[in-house]
Design a binder for this molecule. Sequence first.
Ligand SMILES: NC(=O)c1ccc[n+]([C@@H]2O[C@H](COP(=O)([O-])OP(=O)(O)OC[C@H]3O[C@@H](n4cnc5c(N)ncnc54)[C@H](OP(=O)(O)O)[C@@H]3O)[C@@H](O)[C@H]2O)c1
Length: 328
Amino acid sequence: MSQYMRAVVVAAHGGPDVLELVRVPAPPLGPDEVRVRVRSIGLNFRDVKLRTGPSADVVVPFTPGSDFAGDIVEVGAEVASIRTGDRVFGVTTHGAYAEEVVTPAVMVMPIPDGAEYDTAAILPVAGLSASFLLSTAGVEKGQTAVTYAAAGGLGCFLGGLLAAAGVQSIGITSSGDKAAVARAAGHDEIINYRDTDPVRAVKDLTDSSGADVVFDSVAGPGFGRSFRMLSNHGTVVLCGRSAGDPDLSAVGPDFLGVRRNLALREFYLSTHIFDHLGEVPDRLDELATGLRDRRLNVPITTFALDDVRRAHELLGAGATVGKLILHP
Ligand SMILES: NC(=O)c1ccc[n+]([C@@H]2O[C@H](COP(=O)([O-])OP(=O)(O)OC[C@H]3O[C@@H](n4cnc5c(N)ncnc54)[C@H](OP(=O)(O)O)[C@@H]3O)[C@@H](O)[C@H]2O)c1
């Protein structure tokens, strides 16, 4: 095992060019930890947000990334469940944009039979979030859900899971090409918000009643429109801030006081998951099976780790579909 590895380091917050691929000492291994030779790194929009900063979640310098898949190359003295040579995937809080990751053994799981490293590396954050979002929202067969960024990583997982649950799914996206991806992912109807008013379009698609649930991962200045898409008793689930923090001045006129029995929920995987840890293996298994059987259709675009800046540039500009993977 080499004493050094290549890893991406962010020394100061900023644009994609603050991502530096450098040689760093390989991290030490604790007794309850495993060392993984990383084969695939799954990118998330959150990586872009943390790079841009400032964020209470990271202190510079740091290595970005949470999702990875690879091979176990060393296990700590107290680890009995996993062996050298096992193919695993998981999450780390110490940065996955590296040739090696050291993480507690409980944070990795065997890659499901037949699954590729790339497929496993897209599951943890985007897949699990989509899975938990359905149950959090309580959306049921026959109801209607709206999903922002329907061709993105989270959006593609939601499209397939909503279709499997028998929920009428309306995806919102920004182009014809992305509309095709969103449709292939399982969304029944697509609204291009660049040429159509999405509130009007949702009303038209629901006989004027509106949607039961809106999964809003974009928020920003247009946040108020999510409430205006809802039916009476509908719920907005705020699950991201790709366009910035939600415009709270819209909450008064569009949510409070409209007397339509609306609900607003916030969803954070990192805090939600700790109350549902026992469900994680089954949910991941279901997601992996869905990808294998093509009930979930999430396109994957790969980049070499050397091209991390380009991958971030595209993801941050909203110019990607599905999930992005880095190969060390
Ligand atoms: N709460 C949680 O625990 C949790 C878990 C997973 C993900 N998330 C959040 O869910 C969102 C989606 O994550 P993802 O990794 O799957 O990313 P993604 O959806 O693949 O990429 C972001 C997409 O957001 C849309 N967008 C709208 N306004 C944008 C803007 N100003 N800048 C950039 N993109 C913009 C773009 O799609 P269009 O072109 O279609 O508009 C873009 O492709 C992120 O906000 C992420 O932080 C939250």
